[in-house]
Design a protein around this ligand. Structure first.
Ligand code: PLP
Length: 376
């Protein structure tokens, strides 16, 4: 068996939906874009959605729409995909990291206030691996200090925090649709907001800074080409139609893994916080037990790879990425919880259509490899 880390689920219906668009003259900025945006706004219970060509583009548009610029600071997490803090660097502002909660792996709100300065403009929190951050606490802190609150929900479409949908918190949020996500558009993302100004600005900047009338050669501000094609949107619409089923199937995969791994003393299975009233699993990430630790993690990933089972060290700590070290002088020990976690985590093969037989195969090999590595 050859088991990948992730695999998109594309059905015949999806393919037909894409094909249909190709038979129309509307390949970009057409009716599928509008339809996709309206479905996404509904999922996040937002007034406005601006679909773009990636989650990173959506994050960048939020930062720019809020006027965050050189010299400003944005508080965020070092335990995330690098785009959530790169988007701050795009505007020459500074990401100021705050360590994470050791159980949920989300930003620890109790550590935020001590990092707020006169330069702080926003808090950008991430719903890591699909689990919503502590939005009630984050909202209180943001209001108290008059900061923008931004939700990077790239990994959490369909999740709920205290019954409220991921993507509905803060001034604006994003979902992302790379093929490893719960639903995919191949490449794509969306910005969600209730703020008319952010909506108008980001629509304009998505399309080369065109004015509100969107007349083709009238550019009122600096813009980008962050457009997403109607082909991508048609795929997204078709996938979204079975979002609930996808979430259910992924939840079932997570439950099977947790049940089969619960007896393995070297492994800590993912923690779901009681405030996460619905979990839309992006990835299934185990952590090696504290004492078993970091020395064995990379070897386990390598050995599983030799057995054609793809796993990954989700996430590398962002502050230790070479260009962050170079630019900001971060070093080991700066964010101890993030470092501790990121040295011990392994994302297991996880996708909507993975079979129980494949899960069994992963679990069996994982147990064998752990024993082998332990005794080596
Ligand atoms: C937390 C987080 N933020 C942002 C992104 C960026 O999304 P994209 O890859 O679509 O640019 C991702 C995607 O992997 C992500 O996981």
């Amino acid at each position: 068996m050859n088991i990948p880390l992730s695999k998109p689920w594309v059905t015949e219906e999806d393919i037909k939906a894409v094909e249909e668009v190709l038979r129309t003259p509307y390949l970009s900025l057409g009716p599928k874009l509008k339809e996709f945006e309206s479905m996404l706004a509904g999922i996040a219970k937002r007034k406005y959605a601006v679909a773009v060509n990636s989650g990173t583009s959506a994050l960048h548009l939020i930062i720019r729409s809020l006027g965050i610029k050189d010299g400003d600071e944005v508080i965020t997490t070092p335990f995330s995909f690098v785009a959530s803090s790169n988007c701050v660097l795009f505007e020459r502002a500074k990401p100021v990291f705050v360590d994470i909660d050791p159980k949920t792996y989300n930003i620890n709100p109790d550590l935020i206030e001590e990092r707020i300065t006169e330069k702080t403009k926003a808090i950008l929190a991430v719903d890591v691996f699909g689990q919503p951050a502590d939005w009630d606490k984050l909202t209180v802190i943001a209001k108290k200090h008059n900061l923008y609150l931004i939700e990077d929900s790239a990994e959490a479409i369909g999740s709920e925090y205290k019954g409220r949908p991921a993507g509905s918190f803060g001034v604006a949020s994003v979902f992302a649709f790379y093929p490893n996500k719960q639903i995919t558009t191949c490449e794509g993302g969306v910005l969600l907001t209730d703020d008319e100004n952010i909506y108008k600005l980001s629509r304009s900047m998505r399309n080369q800074g065109r004015g509100e009338d969107e007349s083709w050669l009238h550019h009122t501000r600096l813009g980008y080409n962050y457009r997403i094609s109607d082909i991508n949107c048609a795929l997204g619409i078709s996938q979204l139609k079975r979002l609930e089923k996808i979430i259910e199937m992924r939840d079932n995969v997570a439950k099977i893994y947790t049940q089969k791994l619960s007896e393995v003393e070297e492994i800590i299975t993912p923690y779901v916080h009681p405030d996460t009233t619905k979990m839309s699993w992006f990835v299934y990430v185990i952590r090696l037990a504290d004492r078993f630790g970091n020395v064995h993690r990379d070897q386990i990933i390598k050995e599983l790879g030799n057995r054609q089972i793809q796993t990954r060290n989700y996430f590398e700590a962002i502050h230790l990425e070479p260009f962050y070290v170079e630019q900001f002088g971060y070093k080991k020990g700066d964010f101890p919880v993030t470092e501790f976690v990121s040295e011990r985590t392994i994302a297991l093969p996880f996708y909507t259509t993975i079979s129980e037989e494949e899960i069994d195969y992963v679990v069996k090999n994982l147990k064998e490899v752990i024993l082998e590595v332990k005794n080596s």
